[in-house]
Design a binder for this molecule. Sequence first.
Ligand SMILES: Nc1ncnc2c1ncn2[C@@H]1O[C@H](COP(=O)(O)OP(=O)(O)O)[C@@H](O)[C@H]1O
Ligand SMILES: [Mg+2]
Length: 249
Amino acid sequence: MLTLNNVSLAYTNGRASVKALADINFQIERGKSYAIIGPSGCGKTSLIFLMMGLLPPTTGEILLDGEPLLKPHKDTALILQEYGLLPWKTVWENAALGLKLRKVAEEEINRILERVFEELELTECIDRYPSQLSGGQKQRVALARALSLKPKLLLMDEPLSALDALTRENLQEVILKLIKRYQMTSVLVTHSIEEAVYLGQKIVILSARPGRICAQIDNPEQGTDGYRKKTSYHEKCSEVRSLLEVYSQ
Ligand SMILES: Nc1ncnc2c1ncn2[C@@H]1O[C@H](COP(=O)(O)OP(=O)(O)O)[C@@H](O)[C@H]1O
Ligand SMILES: [Mg+2]
């Protein structure tokens, strides 16, 4: 679906240049879920922005279904840690933003959002403003906005980092369920080992800056019932932790 060939990224500000990513060769296969994990500042957000088509790579190329990715594509949605909600708009208006930009008819917007809100258990919040929501609810509104566009590829940059542990686990379940139901391909950036193992069929480990892919681990049991409580889950977490210790220096 998405291919990154020899991608590197450097930021230049005046005379200073920061190398954020180097030698990224990576393929995202349709229908799979990926978790990307690496130390702070290693270029994870930059990588997600590249995959979204928001930044051009400094060298190399990014292909979406074989075509060069030059700007954000309508089938790709992005969810950020800071939710990206407009404080002066209600939950409903916030969720409708993407559909409005696409000039979808009002009736159709209502039909789509009603279903998505029900799915995300947000119906009672629709007339509230973002300041009247909990962190978990805010992130569910951001999810609603993304899902209403029926994306084929869902990119998430540390979407759950700001949440407390229980809300976080709860939203991990929500994300898991939605990815299955909507048959989305997904890429989740996280700095939580447990989250990467819970949500990623493939776990990609990045080195310290400039971020390079040091390992890709298969996680075939991801998404199976009760995985979080299984011994194999804890063993996979240990495996990822050991690799991170080696590579994140
Ligand atoms: N717009 C920018 N200009 C200059 N440097 C940047 C910019 N954005 C990010 N960086 C630098 O690039 C590196 C990678 O950043 P980022 O992708 O945000 O990492 P991560 O998400 O893994 O914490 C960091 O050293 C950061 O300071
Ligand atoms: Mg980041």
